[in-house]
Design a protein around this ligand. Structure first.
Ligand code: IMP
Length: 430
């Protein structure tokens, strides 16, 4: 399909970056439509590890055009750091290869200070945000006082930045946080504007033209379905639409584009979450440490953006089926199967129980999961290291059975399975 949307089917960190990389070969464009530098997508190629926060992972493929869509919130400082890091790693970045929507919103130090102040005020009920200013930037967008990328082209941009900082200072004061000095921020944003100008584009128009011309677009969602502002574990969510339908509004594509789209959901072979909020199948103790890893490998379960240890648990089939429905997922990719090698048994959450009764669908979404208790099905584990397996038939029978059970619970087929962090450590089901 010309429009391939890759979404996280859990709470983010499913390994979308490397799956985008897998599909990038045949695509012309790679677009992000939501979030900002709260995301952390990792791609490992030989001894080079690319950690991307804002720029779509496909940028590492020469010839691919990367797009930052109107639904995003962009911190120019992070963007330029990322451009510089990628350039050092030998990736050529030019305005021809990186297109930034004029309608995306900007993140400033005032948004970051506000994020911190709000989290401090929430105390023990904090969301555990990444501290990147995401929520406050989207708040300004929704209250119609945000700064847009196109504002960088205006002669009075610097004054607008000053007004934004002064206005945010008033709210920071209400939370007992220190005010920021607008002057250095204005000066810094003037410089950012000069550097960003050549990249600013009407990406909605360009993507539409690309589809008309028969080109293919790979869309990369950030975060995961369960962090979606509408459909996630509200209020423990991010402030954007993380699901496949959000790709249309976040890129400025009409509903007609959906007819040309396929949706690939990415889920880990187990479940992780970083930050606060419900997690019915969460584990603790030795088993949790075993799944998380020690942190000595870049692929261990520690946040790419914040370095925080992730919470871990068994795969939750109820939430996976929900993600399939909300996104319209056509096929699944399961990542990190190798981490389960060596486990005697694996538990899979197939349903919940409420007041003694089984529940397989959530009546009011996943916001309040406290009345539910997970129901597990135990499946046999496998001893073999699967890292070198490249064909489905060579996976241990128990691993195949586990994957088939996930597919039957989700109601969609599994097409790809990753068995290690390297680019080629992927098993494609024929
Ligand atoms: P925010 O997006 O920084 O406002 O954080 C809101 C919630 O989303 C927190 O629980 C974060 O840990 C979580 N979150 C945000 N971005 C990511 C991500 O890329 N992966 C996993 N969790 C994320």
């Amino acid at each position: 399909m010309p429009l391939r949307v890759i979404v996280g089917a859990q709470w983010g960190d499913e390994g979308k970056g490397r799956i985008v990389d897998w599909f990038a070969g045949g695509a012309d464009f790679n677009a992000r439509f939501n979030g900002g530098d709260n995301a952390g997508h990792t791609v490992t190629v030989g001894n080079r590890i690319f950690k991307l926060h804002l720029i779509p992972s496909g940028i590492i493929h020469p010839g691919m055009v990367a797009v930052l869509g109107n639904g995003m919130v962009i911190n120019p400082r992070s963007l330029f750091n990322e451009i510089d890091e990628l350039t050092q790693l030998g990736i050529r970045i030019s305005p021809e290869r990186l297109r930034i929507s004029y309608a995306a919103h900007l993140i400033t130090p005032a948004h970051q200070a506000m994020d911190k102040a709000l989290e401090t005020a929430r105390g023990k009920d904090n969301i555990g945000t990444t501290g990147r200013g995401i929520g406050p930037a989207y708040t300004d967008k929704a209250t119609r006082r945000g700064l847009r990328v196109a504002d960088m082209l205006s002669a009075d941009f610097s004054e607008r930045v000053g007004e934004h900082v002064a206005e945010t200072n008033l709210t920071l004061g209400l939370y007992g946080a220190s005010a920021l000095d607008p002057a250095p921020i204005c000066a810094q944003f003037r410089e950012y504007a000069e550097r960003l100008k050549p990249y600013i584009a009407d990406t909605s128009l360009e993507l539409e033209a690309a589809l008309q011309a028969g080109k293919t677009i790979l869309v990369e969602a950030a975060q995961g379905t369960l962090l979606d502002l509408d459909f996630g574990t509200y209020p423990f969510v991010t402030s954007s639409s993380t699901t496949a339908p959000g790709a249309l509004t976040g890129l400025g594509l009409g509903l007609g584009a959906a007819r040309q789209a396929s949706v690939i959901g990415v889920a880990k072979a187990f479940q992780t979450r970083v930050g606060s909020g419900p997690f019915p199948s969460e584990l603790s103790g030795d088993l949790a440490n075993r799944l998380r890893g020690s942190g000595s490998n870049p692929w261990d379960e520690f946040g790419t953006t914040t370095g925080r240890p992730r919470r871990v648990g068994w795969l939750d089939g109820v939430l996976l089926r929900y993600a399939v429905r909300i996104n319209g997922i056509n096929e699944l990719t399961v990542t990190k199967l190798d981490i389960l090698s060596g486990m005697e048994n694996i538990q899979l959450c197939t349903a919940y129980r409420r007041d003694g009764n089984p529940v397989t669908d959530l009546p009011f979404g996943p916001a309040d999961l406290s009345p539910y208790e997970p129901v597990y099905e135990q499946l046999p584990g496998w001893k073999e290291d699967v890292g070198t397996v490249r064909k489905w038939k060579d996976l241990p029978a128990a691993a195949q059975a586990y994957l088939e059970r996930i597919a039957s619970l989700a109601g969609v087929p599994i097409r790809l399975v990753s068995v290690g962090p390297e680019r080629e450590q992927v098993v494609e089901k024929e």
